[in-house]
Write a new protein. Structure first.
Lengths: 75, 353
């Protein structure tokens, strides 16, 4: 899957997976948002259509550095 | 054992005649064993609510059928579905027979502000081996004291195995401490692992009456499971997942207004405040040329689901746009029908962990 961003009226953005018609808030409490971070960690720039927003990349880097990235051990 | 008088209300003075005929009653006979059941932290503990599906499989990782249980490459189904029969009609079945890979099932419990951190808890549930070809001698259910990072867990110290058999329900009891590693305001229960590497490779686990309760002492016994009404369970499940118009059933008309530039703007008020702002999946045909009809009264805009975008909201409501109605007057009403057959749309709102 490939993500892209969608601007919101409040100046923030949502993350969109168009192939799944899925709209994800940029909110760390949302599990799909965490999956986006996992995709950035695993795939890098290929996870996104266009540039990865700097704050999203920073969140992915922080998740990796904190040891919070847990790939499925049985995949 | 002390006896309590069961008789007239306190403001009534019994007469001698009353006293002569009134029996002293054993209070224990009125309140079963004097046991007051502790509150259950689990939502949908007897698996009454199945908003997504009654029987579904995932090759990935997510919530697929029964509310509140997350699966990794497993099937979660109601009893006596997916070609099985003879199962007791209660609880849910954790089924690993698709693909014969071992799978795990998780449940996460909300704990706002980590207020339960450090508390002792006891987890209990009933379990049996399910499936028409269940191994007659039973098999070892593995309960994994899985690690957790970034959130919490009910730490039971070490992983355990319990024998589940097809002939009877057995109660499993696990003691632990709610422990956090990170800022997440939720904790995970010990994992159910269902391993298909037994003699039949058809292992299925049926569970029911899942309960987690806070206790004062590590020797406190679990108290009985108390069934809540379906209405109560459904309301609480909607804090984590809601859907509208997904099941090919007409569920009403959604109203909006035409904004500048001919964009239709719609607001969807969630049925109850959700745990966090949910993600949204849009259902409906993706056929080019349009299966959605958004009507302004001045004309219609036929599009497909890519005409629609959710671009804002929070845990209480979400808003979306539909582009576009170039001939429509700003401020005029527009509407669309909910449901997923042709000309309808549907949404799911997910705030599960």
């Amino acid at each position: 899957m490939t993500y892209k961003t969608l601007d919101r009226p409040d100046g923030t953005y949502s993350i969109v997976d168009e192939s799944a018609s899925l709209y994800i808030p940029a909110n760390s409490a949302n599990s799909s948002y965490q999956q986006v971070l996992d995709a950035i960690i695993a795939q890098g720039a290929a996870a996104f259509d266009g540039d990865i927003p700097a704050d999203l990349q920073a969140a992915a880097d922080a998740k990796l550095a904190a040891g919070l990235y847990q790939p499925d051990p049985h995949a | 054992m002390s006896k309590k008088l069961y008789g007239p209300a306190p403001d009534q003075v019994p007469t001698n005649a009353d006293l002569g005929t009134m029996a002293y009653q054993d209070y224990d006979a009125f309140i079963d064993g004097n046991v007051v059941s502790r509150p259950n932290l689990v939502v949908n503990g007897d698996f009454q609510v199945w908003q997504r599906s009654d029987n579904a499989y995932t090759g990935g990782n997510g919530y697929i059928s029964v509310d509140r249980i997350k699966s990794t490459r497993g099937r979660i189904r109601k009893p006596n579905t997916n070609g099985n029969s003879g199962e007791d009609d209660r609880g849910c079945v954790l089924d690993c027979t698709d693909g014969s890979v071992f799978v795990h099932f998780d449940m996460f419990l909300e704990d706002k502000d980590q207020s339960l951190s450090g508390k002792k808890a006891v987890m209990s549930f009933e379990a049996k081996s399910a499936g028409a070809s269940a191994e007659p001698g039973g098999w070892g259910l593995y309960i994994d004291d899985a690690g957790y990072t970034g959130f919490g867990g009910l730490d039971i110290g070490t992983s355990r195995s319990f024998t589940v058999v097809p002939t009877e329900w057995r109660k499993v009891v696990l003691y632990g401490t709610i422990t956090y590693d990170g800022s997440g305001e939720y904790f995970r229960l010990p994992r159910w692992y269902v391993n298909p590497t037994g003699s039949s490779s058809t292992r299925m686990l049926q569970i029911d009456k899942l309960k987690v309760e806070i206790i004062e002492s590590a020797t406190d016994k679990p108290t009985p499971f108390v069934r809540r009404t379906y209405a109560e369970e459904l309301r609480d499940c909607k804090r984590y997942y809601q859907q509208i118009g997904r099941d090919n059933v007409y569920e009403g008309r959604l109203m909006g207004l035409v904004n500048s530039g001919g964009t239709g703007i719609f607001q969807w008020q969630l049925e109850t405040e959700m745990r966090a702002e949910p993600d949204v999946t849009v259902y409906g045909s993706n056929t080019a040329g349009g299966n959605f009809v958004f009507d302004t009264g001045e004309g219609t805009n036929s599009g497909n689901k890519t005409s629609l975008s959710f671009d804002g909201g929070n845990s209480k409501g979400k808003m979306f746009n539909v582009a576009s109605f170039p001939s429509a007057t700003q401020g005029s009403p527009c509407w669309c029908d909910m449901g997923t057959d042709s000309n309808h749309i549907g949404f799911t709102f997910n705030a599960d962990y």
